[in-house]
Design a protein around this ligand. Structure first.
Ligand code: FVH
Length: 288
C-alpha cells in the first residue's frame, strides 16, 4: 500500500497536490479552513478531516500548502506532530522556513521545507519540480512519495535552502516577465498586436538571450575570461539611455527599467566598462 498522505490546504495548489497523490494511489486525507472546497477530490477518494488535528492524525506524511507562513504557524501550533514528517510547501523566506522547522521539530516531527517550481496545472506532470531542504531522514523516507507531485530536488539539510532556491528562481521569473511586459507596453503604444510581436520576435529573442546564462554563471564561478566580452558594459550603459528615453517618449512608465540602468552606470563608474553582464552580480551584494 502507498504511504497515506494528509494535505492541509485546498487552494489552487493544495487541490492539485491532493489530486496528484490520489491519482498516484496514496490514501489521501484533506483539510481546508473553508469546508467543502474542491468537491472533485471526493470522487477521487479523498477523505475529508473536520480539523487539522484529525487530518494530521490520519497519515505519517503531512503536506502543508497554505497562503503564507503565518497561516502555517496558526494551523500547526499546538498539534501533536510526534513521529510525523511535515512537508511545508507554502511559499516563504529562508528565515521563515528555519523558524517553522524549529517549531515543527520541537513538536516531535521531521521537517522538510519545499519550494514548488510549477503552477497547479503542471503538478504531477514531467515539467514540475520541487526543491526540498531540511531533514535528510524525512527526504530519504518520503522522496518516492513526493515524486507524485513533481521531481524532488533535495538541496541540503538547512531548512532555509529550498526557499532560497525558490525565491531565486521566482526573482528571475519576475525580472523576465517585467521586461516582457515593458516590451509589450512599448509596442502596444503604437497599436502593434501583442500576439504576433510575441510569437515572431519576443519569444525567439528572449530564448536566444537566455542561452548566454551558462557563460555568465561560469564567469561568476571561475572568473572572467580576458577579452571575452562581445557586448561590453560601457556600450550597454550608453545604449540603455535609449530604452528610458523611448519609454518616456511613448508614454510608458520606465520604472521597471530604471534600476538596471543605474546598475550599468555604477559598473562603468567603478571600472567594469570593458566587462560583460556577469560583472553586475557582485555589485548587487550588500554586507548584511
Ligand atoms: N498557485 C501557484 O501558481 C503557486 C505555485 C507555486 C507555489 N505557490 C504557493 O503555494 C501556496 C498556496 O497557493 P495557492 O495557489 O493554493 O493559494 P490559494 O488558492 O489562494 O489558497 C490559499 C489556501 O490557504 C488557505 N488559508 C488562507 N488563510 C488561511 C488561514 N488564516 N488559516 C487557514 N488556512 C488559510 C486557504 O483556505 P480557504 O481560504 O479556502 O479557507 C487556501 O486553502 C502559496 O504559498 C503560494 O505562494 C502557488
Amino acid at each position: 500500500m502507498k504511504t497515506p498522505v494528509t494535505v492541509l490546504g485546498l487552494g489552487a495548489m493544495g487541490t492539485a497536490l491532493a489530486r496528484a497523490f490520489l491519482t498516484a494511489g496514496h490514501p489521501t486525507t484533506v483539510w481546508n479552513r473553508t469546508p467543502g472546497r474542491s468537491p472533485e477530490l471526493d470522487t477521487l477518494g479523498a477523505v475529508r478531516a473536520a480539523s487539522p488535528t484529525e487530518a494530521v492524525a490520519a497519515s505519517p506524511l503531512v503536506v502543508v500548502c497554505l497562503l503564507v507562513d503565518a497561516t502555517v504557524g496558526s494551523t500547526l501550533d499546538g498539534l501533536d506532530l510526534s513521529g510525523k514528517a511535515v512537508v511545508n510547501l507554502t511559499n516563504g523566506t529562508p528565515a521563515q522556513a528555519r523558524g517553522t522547522g524549529e517549531r515543527v521539530a520541537a513538536a516531535g516531527a521531521e521537517y522538510l521545507d519545499g519550494g514548488i517550481m510549477a503552477v497547479p496545472a503542471m503538478i504531477g506532470g514531467p515539467a514540475a519540480f520541487v526543491f526540498y531542504s531540511g531533514s535528510p531522514v524525512a527526504f530519504e523516507r518520503h522522496s518516492a512519495d513526493l515524486a507524485a507531485v513533481g521531481r524532488p530536488e533535495y538541496v541540503g539539510g538547512d531548512a532555509g535552502l529550498a526557499a532560497l532556491h525558490d525565491i531565486a528562481l521566482l526573482s528571475a521569473m519576475y525580472g523576465m516577465f517585467g521586461g516582457a511586459q515593458h516590451a509589450l507596453a512599448l509596442v502596444g503604444s503604437e497599436k502593434i498586436p501583442a500576439s504576433r510581436f510575441t510569437e515572431d520576435f519576443l519569444l525567439p529573442w528572449v530564448t536566444a538571450m537566455l542561452g548566454s546564462l551558462p557563460r555568465i554563471a561560469k564567469e561568476l564561478d571561475e572568473g572572467p575570461e580576458p577579452g571575452a566580452a562581445g557586448s561590453n558594459l560601457a556600450m550597454q550603459a550608453a545604449a540603455y539611455e535609449n530604452l528610458i528615453d523611448t519609454s518616456v517618449a511613448q508614454g510608458i512608465d520606465p520604472g521597471l527599467l530604471v534600476p538596471m540602468g543605474e546598475l550599468l552606470r555604477q559598473a562603468v563608474g567603478t571600472g567594469h566598462g570593458d566587462e560583460d553582464l556577469a560583472a553586475l552580480v557582485p555589485l548587487l551584494r550588500r554586507s548584511v
